[in-house]
Structures are given as C-alpha cells and as structure tokens.
Write a protein that binds this ligand. Structure first.
Ligand code: KG4
Ligand code: ZN
Length: 340
C-alpha cells in the first residue's frame, strides 16, 4: 500500500510551519518563527497574522522543495483549525481550503492540542528513535496556552482529567522571564540560565484540588520573594539571575510532576507522554526520567523539534483522520476556541 502524501500547515500562533509527510513519516518540517514579537515581549496578534500572510507561501514552497514534491503530488491537506489566535488561524486555514480545492485533494481539519499529543507517532529516521506509545497513554500537555493531564484513549478520544484553573505553565515561564527582564519567549531562556543556578528561593505554592494547577499567583509570589531578598542582602537581581531561574523553574515544574504521579496512580496507566512547548524543558524531561525509573513508567518524550509548534504534528493528526476518512468541508472555518 502506498502511503498518502500529506501537506500540513500550522499557523495558530507565531510560528508559520509547513510539513510534508508520507503517512507518519516526515519528509520535511519547515518552521519559520516570527522573531518580530521579541521586541514587544509577547505575541502581537495583528502583526502575527500579517507575518503569516507573508511567510506562508514561501514556507510551503520550501517544505515541498525539501521533500522533492510538486503540488500535484499532494493527496491531502491537513491544517490547524483551532484553538489559537483567530487572525493567525484564518491565514493558514483559508489558504489550506483554497489549496485543497484547487488541487482536488481532501481537507483535514486538525485540533492544535490533539496534534501536540499525537506528535509521538511521527517517524523521522535518525531523529525519532523512541518507541511509539500504544493507547491509552497519559499525556501531560504543557504549552503557552494549555496545562492539562489527558488520557489519550485513541487518536480521536481525549479525556481531560484535570487542567489549570488560570494561566498555563508556559505563560507563567514567559511572565516570570519578563520580571527578570529576559527575552521572549522566556521558557527556553529560563531553562538555559537555570543550568548554572541553585534553586535556593522558594515561593508560595497554590492550594488546588488534585490533578488541577494554578499559575496566576506565582508572579506576585516571585515579586514578594525578590523584595524580601533585596532587604536581606544588597545583591542585585542580575547577580543572582541563574538562581532565580533555577528556583522559578523548580516551582513551575513541581506541580506538574505531582499531577502526573497522581494521575498515573488514579488511572493505573503507566504509559506516560509529554507534549507541547514546555515539554522541551530539560528539568522537566530529566525529572520525568527519574520518576519513570522509580514508578516503572514507559516514558515517551517528544524529540525537541516536535515539542514547540510545528506542522509535522498536524500531519500526524491529519494522517489518523485521513485513514478514517474524516475530511473537512469547504464550509468549515477556523475557530479560536475549540472543544477540549
Ligand atoms: O506549544 P508551544 O510552542 O505553543 C503553544 O501552543 O502555546 O509552546 C510555547 C511555550 C512558551 O510559553 C515557551 O516559553 C514554552 O513553550 N517553552 C519552554 C521551553 N521551550 C518552550 N518552557 C520551558 N522550557 C523550555 N525549554
Ligand atoms: Zn502549541
């Protein structure tokens, strides 16, 4: 059986990404990150959609070229329908619909967070050497917009056991980095600086029901700790930035580890996966490896290139839908909020 050739498009936030796949096998995965948002310390929606408009066609061309494909070779067009920034989604979704129509290929609508969780099925010789999880698996889904514990029962069956009651953990990383005057997005910067620091500061941890999270109070708590510290010793924030990063990182990751252990205990599921941008975090990955050894988990860590937003994961979700003939109609529309 020849595998379908899927062109996948992701434009939900500030990355314009296009991938080509044969089934789950990635032939190319081009990610154009819009660096223009750095100067504003966060994503500016209007600028993001404009940048997607400029970048999308060249990104499609680049992904096709890397795979050695022409548009006529494409059997299906998979695209992120939501959730995300509406203006950004609209650019990718409208383009995908027109493309599908013009080449006579079916359209596959993909849920962005489901795509993150299905990235584990991607196969890329040399990079993806880890095993593929069987269903069901427990997925800690952590990104700039989501913090969830999900049982993935099947490719289209996701049970959210618990989630954040306010901010997402990635958002908390970015806000904390801003307090330290670090670059946007703050998660990777905190991760890097934390490597040479000690987690010597502690913050008030919120009291929340099991399997849920809360990150909105952390910013205030960090500020209070910083104020208290400056009274104690005349050290400046910059002198101790690595220690602040290590402390913030530990405080943000700790509830995730606790939640994962509780969820695994409650469900009896020992196939554990991480997904989303924050799953690139080195401390989280290491801590999960330690827990996996302790609790006998089969741990699935996504390759770094499939943690943050990318179109290959949209292709993986798209291939599942393709196999089950779940195609989108030309009247389907991008949506900022989508079912969980
Ligand atoms: O999945 P993603 O690319 O986009 C969304 O769907 O939100 O996640 C982006 C988030 C940002 O908040 C970013 O700071 C965070 O992932 N992130 C990290 C790391 N790399 C990206 N957070 C902590 N450590 C990292 N190494
Ligand atoms: Zn994402």
């Amino acid at each position: 059986m020849t595998l379908p050739r899927i062109l996948a498009i992701e434009t939900s936030c500030d990355d314009t990404s296009v991938a080509t796949l044969e089934g789950f096998q990635v032939r190319s995965n081009v990610v154009y990150t819009q660096v223009l948002h750095e100067q504003y310390g966060g994503v500016v929606p209007e600028l993001a959609s404009r940048a997607h408009m400029e970048a999308l066609v060249p990104t499609v061309e680049s992904a096709l070229k890397k795979a050695g494909w022409a548009l006529k070779d494409v059997d299906a067009v998979a695209v992120t329908q939501g959730p995300g920034l509406l203006g950004s989604l609209l650019v990718g979704h409208s383009y995908a619909k027109s493309l599908a129509l013009s080449i006579g290929a079916p359209l596959v609508n993909v849920h962005h967070m489901e795509a993150h969780m299905l990235a584990h099925f991607l196969v890329e010789p040399g990079i993806q050497e880890t095993a593929i999880p069987g269903f069901p698996y427990l997925c800690l889904t952590v990104s700039g917009g989501h913090t969830q514990l999900v049982v993935v029962h099947d490719w289209n069956q996701f049970e959210v056991l618990g989630e954040t009651q306010d901010d997402a953990v990635g958002e908390a990383f970015d806000k904390a980095a801003k307090l330290l005057s670090l670059a946007y997005p703050g998660g990777p910067v905190i991760d890097r600086l934390a490597q040479s620091g000690q987690a010597k500061f502690s913050f008030a941890q919120p009291q929340v029901p099991a399997l849920t999270f809360s990150y909105s109070g952390l910013k205030t708590s960090i500020l209070r700790s910083m104020q208290a510290r400056s009274k104690e010793v005349p050290a400046t924030l910059t002198d101790e930035v690595a220690d602040w990063c290590a402390s913030i990182q530990a405080a943000l990751i700790q509830p995730l580890l606790k939640g994962l252990q509780e969820a695994s205990q409650q469900t009896g599921i020992k196939r554990i996966a991480l997904a989303g941008g924050v799953s690139a975090n080195s401390h989280l990955r290491q801590a999960c490896q330690t827990l996996a050894a302790e609790h006998n988990w089969d741990l699935y860590l996504p390759p770094l290139s499939y943690t943050t937003d990318n179109a290959a994961m949209v292709g993986a979700a798209g291939f599942f839908a393709y196999q089950h003939q779940r195609f989108g109609s030309m009247s389907s529309a991008a949506t900022a909020r989508m079912h969980d």
